[in-house]
Design a binder for this molecule. Sequence first.
Ligand code: S3P
Length: 176
Amino acid sequence: MSLKKIILIGYMASGKSAVGRKLHEQLNYDYYDLDNYIEINYETSVENIFKTKGELYFRQIERKSLENIVTIKRNLIISLGGGTPCYFDTIDFLNSIKETKTFFLKTSVKTICERLKKSKIKRPLISHLIEETEIKEFVGKHLLERNFFYEKSEKKINTDEKTVRAVANEIIKKLA
Ligand code: S3P
């Protein structure tokens, strides 16, 4: 059987990690969370890398780490960071690899904001935003810029109002 590499793409809080873990449970493919992989390899947190070395440095090591993972010769699931496919030629690079299938987890601004309120501290791009309206405005604009890259994914899945299991099942159906 040919190798399969599932790449999960989407904005912060679109469910990439939760869906990745569920797919790992169901398919038994190796699972990599890119942020997590970076934190283990560089022995520090993503927030700390942003703070001490800046975003450009983070984007460079993020791309390098992704290249390391994607070349592993096993069935894989990789949850990217929200910005990963939007820098350099990363989305085209991923789509050009024969074994990969890129999935965009499409989530509305409303759902993203509700989830981000609870987890913004760990996310350096939004941790400075205080008011709910500020978060909404930032996410709305940012998504408009990023959608151009996200939409290049081979498959798109709406995630609003769906459970993690339902999203994972849709992905499995689209794998064949
Ligand atoms: C980022 C998203 C984060 C992390 C970093 C930058 C982004 O990952 O990679 O904070 O640019 O959207 P999650 O999407 O897992 O939160």
